[in-house]
Design a protein around this ligand. Structure first.
Ligand SMILES: NC(=O)c1ccc[n+]([C@@H]2O[C@H](COP(=O)([O-])OP(=O)(O)OC[C@H]3O[C@@H](n4cnc5c(N)ncnc54)[C@H](OP(=O)(O)O)[C@@H]3O)[C@@H](O)[C@H]2O)c1
Length: 310
């Protein structure tokens, strides 16, 4: 019985993904819905958030990329074609990210910059102050996306402040991270603004299919953190991903990122190596078929690979 339900659910999500994929590629081809791109890398398709803002479907994560390493990596990533840069107050690298952006020479308007409010700053006053500190450190005068990092502390006070900052135009879209259904229920019942994004742990070994469906119902864009599970569980040498990749001459990293994309999920892989950054962008010139999507679905262990963060 369970097997049957799983089969039906998987069939349904592939149908949804392919519709989504067709729409994304259509807009991509029209040229009005793509970010970045240079001579070696195809432009990155974007998704329209619930408030009309465009968000690239693939971005660059910056956890652990601090100090000079952070500056260099962010600048390299932008020069290669990344336009979405994901940071957070708790990463301690907003200054480095800001310097990397400056060093890249890119027009601010071309970028989609995300930061996150840490739990210690939760509440109305704390949020206003922390947001301004993040802007100052980044050297920016607005954020494209500001997320509540974890559903802890005074979430409602935080959301009230974020709604105000959003209305003032200091943030283009506001959202959450690591929120489960109960947290979303609480937030969406008390406020006018529905989060635009929920950034949650998502990779081959924790696929979050239930959350993906639920977020579609809320109209909230799902974003995957640790899209490679940081290489845990031997992600980069996984035989199933490698076998699929062989057919397209793609690596495990590329197969994974393509799988996220075809599920309609924004992914933000991190790398400190330029070759990996480039490799991770090269996912828009092949398409996984239904049976390959199903094969990857079967890798799901349905549990976090980061129990230390729960
Ligand atoms: N909201 C949250 O609570 C939360 C939590 C965790 C992460 N995040 C965000 O999500 C981003 C991504 O997650 P993550 O940084 O935890 O891990 P990840 O992106 O899943 O994995 C990063 C690891 O993959 C390696 N890698 C990257 N590309 C590769 C390739 N093509 N081939 C082989 N290895 C490759 C990197 O090594 P090299 O440097 O050697 O390439 C690095 O060790 C973070 O940076 C952060 O922005 C958010």
């Amino acid at each position: 019985m369970t097997k049957k339900i799983n089969k039906i659910e998987r069939r349904e999500f592939i149908k949804t993904s392919s519709k989504y994929f067709a729409a994304t590629m259509f807009f991509g081809a029209a040229g009005s819905n793509v970010f970045g791109g240079n001579s070696s890398v195809k432009s990155i398709p974007s998704v329209t958030l619930n408030n009309g803002i465009e968000m690239p479907m693939l971005g660059f994560g910056t956890l652990y990329l601090t100090d000079e390493l952070g500056v260099r990596c962010v600048s390299d990533a932008i020069s290669l074609g990344y336009r979405l840069i994901d940071t957070a107050t708790i990463y301690g690298n907003e200054e480095s990210v800001g310097k990397g952006i400056k060093q890249s020479g890119i027009d601010r308007k071309e970028l989609f910059v995300t930061s996150k409010l840490w739990v210690d700053d939760s509440g109305y006053e704390g949020t206003k102050k922390a947001f301004q500190t993040s802007l100052n450190k980044l050297g920016l005068d607005y954020l494209d996306l500001y997320l509540i990092h974890r559903p802890r502390g005074d979430v409602k006070g935080t959301w009230k402040a974020m709604e105000e900052l959003y209305k003032e135009g200091k943030i283009k879209a506001i959202g959450v991270s690591n929120f489960e259904d109960e947290h979303l229920e609480d937030l969406t019942s008390g406020f006018k603004t529905v989060p635009a994004v929920n950034q949650i742990e998502t990779h081959s070994f924790f696929q979050q299919e239930k959350a993906r469906k639920s977020l579609i119902n809320y109209g909230i864009q799902m974003e995957a953190w640790s899209p490679f599970a940081q290489g845990r569980n031997e992600h980069f040498t996984n035989k199933v991903l490698a076998e699929i990749g062989k057919k397209y001459n793609k690596t495990n990293a590329q197969v994974s990122l393509r799988w996220h994309f075809q599920r309609g999920i924004v992914a933000i892989p991190r790398s400190s190596q330029k070759a990996h950054m480039k490799e991770n962008l090269e996912i828009f010139d092949f398409e996984l078929n239904k049976s390959e999507m199903l094969t990857i679905a079967n890798l799901d262990l349905n549990k976090t690979q980061f129990p230390e963060w729960s």
